[in-house]
Design a protein around this ligand. Structure first.
Ligand SMILES: *[C@@H]1O[C@H](CO)[C@@H](O)[C@H](O)[C@H]1NC(C)=O
Ligand SMILES: *[C@@H]1O[C@H](CO)[C@@H](O)[C@H](O)[C@H]1NC(C)=O
Length: 365
């Protein structure tokens, strides 16, 4: 009898764990934005913004390039990993059919920005309005599989990540001296305009059924190896680009507060990517990096000039570098960022961290 009780409670426990596992698997994940979160869409496009050749992917499980702008895993991969899910496939991948659709989809495209005119030099990229159109198209395709009610719940229960905005500075306003946008707007006015356009994008995501949306601000744009090489004399971060980020990020948080209060619920949470990066940019050794100024892969000062290609300098141990290429963090740095997204304090996550958001949703009936 004692044994039976034990067996019974053991069975209940196994059942609970199994259900928790099923639930975790059942949560879909949708990703929107730029190269920081593109998992390979640009491989299917005629564009110069691509990460489809060696040494990209050198530390990926397959050791092959996948279109991710990382030596290994990127931020969406690490979020999927923490939820116990498979990585979401790029929306343009031919493998994204049938059951795979239920895992979610990644619509992100390297080079894009909030504005349509950002990244024009990359030719054919999936701009934000198009990513949103694809999200609608995705829902039509899934409805054909599981019906529209189930599709609606799948989307409402899903986690959504959006990372966009950095390119509106780097690949637009500051792309060339006297750029069209910089002649049209002062920097503070440009930021106000970007935020108003970003608000429309987030509203559209809400209209399309997104209910748990993680929005990341920009990192320290002036401190990436590319900007150190281009604009810095002594290795200090570019003042102009840091100013852009420090205007943009607080207004993004304000806009998210205002959206949440209009909706009457914390649909959007903001990740302070700036502070998350600054921690290891200011004190790389504390995070196990030998440098946060020199990219692992690249050439010229700080390995910050041009692209990371087969003929670039390449560091032997990617875990010792905060930056993989002139613009993008290494997998190791991405892990530090995702840890803060999941469990960070209010300094990093507003109004709550991701594990709190996911737990709140779990307890909703
Ligand atoms: C971007 O282009 C699309 C399609 O032409 C258009 O519908 C949308 O309003 C444009 N967005 C902005 C911010 O101009
Ligand atoms: C963030 O997440 C952890 C749980 O992982 C929680 O203990 C902590 O209180 C949260 N912090 C904030 C500020 O929400």
């Amino acid at each position: 009898m004692h044994t039976n009780t034990m067996l019974a409670s053991w069975a209940v426990l196994v059942l609970m764990i199994t259900c928790a596992g099923r639930e975790a698997e059942a949560r879909a994940f949708f990703v929107f934005g730029d190269s920081l979160v593109d998992s390979g869409n640009n491989d299917y496009l005629i564009t110069t913004a691509r990460a489809d050749s060696y040494p990209y992917g050198i530390d990926y499980p397959t050791r092959r390039p996948t279109g991710r702008f990382s030596n290994g895993l990127n931020i969406p991969d690490l979020i999927s990993e923490s939820m116990g899910s498979e990585p979401t496939l790029p929306y343009l991948s031919p493998q994204l059919t049938g059951e795979n659709l239920l895992v979610g989809a990644n619509f992100a495209s390297a080079g894009i920005g909030i504005l349509n005119d950002t990244g024009i030099q990359f030719l054919n990229i999936i701009r934000m309005y198009k990513q949103l159109e694809y999200f609608e198209q995705y829902q039509t395709r899934v409805s054909a599989l599981i019906g529209s009610d189930q599709t609606q719940s799948l989307v409402n229960d899903a986690l959504v990540l959006i990372t966009v905005g950095g390119n509106d500075f780097v690949n637009n306003y500051y792309l060339v001296p006297y750029s069209a946008r910089s002649r049209q707007y002062s920097l503070p006015d440009y930021v106000v305009y970007l935020i108003s356009e970003y608000r429309k994008i987030l509203n559209r995501l809400y209209e399309l059924g997104a209910r748990q949306v993680l929005v990341t601000g920009t990192g320290p744009l002036g401190c990436v190896p590319a900007e150190l090489a281009l604009r810095s004399r002594n290795g200090e971060c570019s003042v102009e680009l840091q100013r852009a980020a420090s205007l943009f990020n607080p207004q993004l948080v304000q806009m998210i507060n205002s959206l949440n209060s209009d909706i009457g619920s914390n649909v959007f949470i903001a990740a302070n990517a700036f502070d998350m990066h600054m921690d290891f940019v200011s004190d790389p050794q504390a995070y196990g990096f030998v440098t946060s100024k020199i990219a692992c892969c690249g050439q010229g000062p700080y390995n910050g000039i041009g692209l990371c290609t087969v003929i670039s300098n390449l560091c032997p141990n990617r875990d010792l570098y905060a930056f993989w290429d002139p613009f993008h963090p290494s997998e190791k740095a991405n892990r530090i960022i995702v840890q803060q997204i999941l469990t960070g304090t209010n300094k990093y996550m507003h109004p709550m961290n991701l594990s709190t958001m996911l737990a709140l949703d779990r307890s909703r009936t």
